[in-house]
Design a protein around this ligand. Structure first.
Ligand code: GLU
Length: 335
């Protein structure tokens, strides 16, 4: 007869999961949720590490980290939360915030747009097919256009403004620049150059092609850990104010369109499925980072390099979905 061996760790894990995740009537036990999400998905090895930027292929598929920061600044973490990885598309959120801050929501809507494309993040076809050509500020076309829209005297000043803005969201520390990733992407980004050139032909690029591509690639090459990224995202959960420094980085009025865009397009062409299953504004990057915002409650940053077919981190999505569902954090929970 076959014997079933029950591992003690499995018993402990299932016991932990049967007790309530709500520490009190109001507040979930966030540390418990983060630990559970980490344990549940740590052995999921599915997905593929991005390699179209060659340097990204050097990251270990085993890296996995989750950090949740509440609007009152409490931090809950599990896994490789000090491991650094490039922001990639996550940078688009914060530069779009800067564009909103500088130019206002009408200009951003007119010059970039906010509608979902239903196409891959770097689609050239999207530039051709969409009436506004740029799509929205969270796909490559709209994000390159957003960089071009940032007002500055020259390209060096523009990069400084964008980098300082990222640092301010992270709480003021200088975030590290990953030169290896920058060089690797600059050597292989002909596709993005093509997008920028097309945008220029349609009058949807507001600076020259070379500088726009250079600064866009720089912002994608800024390194963060989930601890830093969750602090950046927590500003968006805390109505535009940093829980760390108490600095108001974006007005509540401008935060609303930014969260709307993250809800519509943050997970690329999987944004509809994400909204269906999780119900939170979010954004992912091809290095494996994902952020999600529970307005007025918390932000989560998760990291794991293997991606699904839509370019979103497999375990990053799983972890956030689990925590958001257990904490009943969906935007639609109250309806
Ligand atoms: N730098 C990357 C690119 O332009 C960002 C894409 C992403 O993270 O989705 O392809």
């Amino acid at each position: 007869m076959k014997k079933f061996i029950v591992r003690p760790s499995a018993i402990l894990l299932s016991l932990a999961f049967t007790t309530s995740v709500f520490a009190s009537d109001m507040q979930p036990d966030y540390q418990k949720l983060v630990n559970q999400a980490y344990q549940l998905y740590k052995n999921d090895k599915s997905g593929t590490v991005a390699s179209y930027i060659p340097e990204l292929a050097t990251y270990s598929p085993n890296l996995y980290a989750i950090t949740l920061v509440t609007v009152d600044g409490k931090v809950y973490s599990a896994g490789d939360t000090k491991a650094k990885f490039p922001l990639e598309s996550l940078a688009k959120v914060f530069t779009l915030a800067l564009a909103l801050q500088q130019s206002g929501n009408d200009t951003v809507l007119n010059k970039i747009g906010a509608s979902a494309t239903g196409l891959p993040f770097n689609s050239v076809l999207g530039v051709e097919l969409q009436a506004n050509h740029t799509g929205n500020g969270l796909v490559n076309a709209g994000a390159i256009s957003a960089v071009s829209l940032i007002k500055a005297k020259n390209s060096a000043e523009k990069w400084q403004l964008i980098a300082n803005n990222l640092d301010a969201y992270a709480g003021g520390d200088k975030l590290e620049f990953n030169n290896a990733v920058y060089k690797s992407e600059m050597a292989t980004n002909q596709h993005n150059q093509g997008i920028a050139r097309l945008l220029q032909s349609y009058g949807r690029l507001y600076d020259n092609v070379e500088d726009s591509i250079d600064v866009y690639t720089r912002e994608c090459s800024v390194d963060v850990s989930t601890e830093q990224l969750a602090q950046m995202a927590a500003v968006l959960a805390n109505y535009g104010k940093s829980p760390l420094t108490q600095q108001q980085l974006l007005s509540h009025e401008l935060l609303k369109p930014l969260l709307a865009e993250m809800t519509t397009a943050g997970m690329y062409d999987a944004s509809g499925n994400w909204l269906y299953k999780v119900g939170l504004p979010a954004k992912s990057g091809v290095a494996g980072g994902v952020i999600a915002i529970a307005p007025g409650k918390f932000a989560i940053a998760a990291y794991s390099p293997p991606l699904d077919n839509n370019g979103n981190s497999v375990r990053g999505q799983e972890a956030i979905r689990y925590i958001a569902n257990q904490a009943k954090a969906s935007l639609f929970e109250k309806y």
